[in-house]
Design a protein around this ligand. Structure first.
Ligand SMILES: [Zn+2]
Length: 209
């Protein structure tokens, strides 16, 4: 899915977004505010708690009001479910193994049961981990944020097309609006003198004035 760069300022997007679902390109019914965060990869050079503290200084945030349709009101649902499943398998597996370990009195039975459980546990984590990875790769996410722009990944092409069209229209509208403003500021031409309508229309200037 393609990327889209939006302009921002004051930690939120300032571009006007069309009411088109950013996930599927249908008409949007709602907007959802989400603050995206981005930490430059280099900020993680030092790992551990110190690394996390240093990285937090470099973390950039930007709020986007995402237009979405009712079907995609939560674009991160799948990713959240898969992550919850992964955590469930991780801690649930440990709990089940602990229960089996304490419940089975026979040493051989215990080691067989734990052996099977460990294999299932690792398999479960691999599968839910892959699912979480795929789901998060498909969801709208920020791939770069600085003070003036945010780059979002996995925005649907229809949205990008409509957004670019509306941007161009805005540009075009701005140009003639400026010249119209100039025209209206011009002083009205001799409104008090109704008699010289004809000469003015033909462009002939009256020499007696
Ligand atoms: Zn949609």
């Amino acid at each position: 899915m393609p990327d889209l760069t939006l302009r921002g300022g004051n930690k939120k997007v300032i571009d006007r977004l069309p009411m088109v679902c950013m996930v599927c390109g249908d008409d949007a019914d709602l907007t959802k505010s989400k603050t995206f965060t981005y930490t430059p990869p280099g900020a993680w050079a030092m790992f551990g708690l110190l690394g996390a503290v240093i990285a937090s200084f470099f973390t950039k945030k930007m709020r986007v009001d995402l237009p979405l349709c009712h079907k995609h009101s939560n674009p991160w649902l799948m990713s959240n479910v898969a992550t919850a499943a992964l955590l469930g398998v991780l801690f649930g597996g440990l709990l089940i193994m602990a229960i089996f370990a304490s419940a089975l009195p026979d040493r051989d039975e215990k080691s067989i049961a734990i052996g099977i459980l460990v294999v299932l546990w690792i398999l479960g984590m691999i599968l839910t981990g892959i699912a979480a990875g795929i789901a998060s790769k498909r969801a709208i996410t920020s791939v770069e944020i600085d003070d003036r722009r945010i780059r979002l990944a996995n925005v649907c092409q229809e949205f990008i097309d409509v957004f670019k069209e509306s941007e161009e229209e805005d540009e075009e509208e701005r140009m003639p609006r400026k010249s119209m403003a100039k025209q209206s500021k011009r002083p009205p031409r001799d409104e008090d003198d109704d008699d010289d309508e004809k000469p003015r229309r033909t462009g002939i200037r009256r020499p007696d004035r």
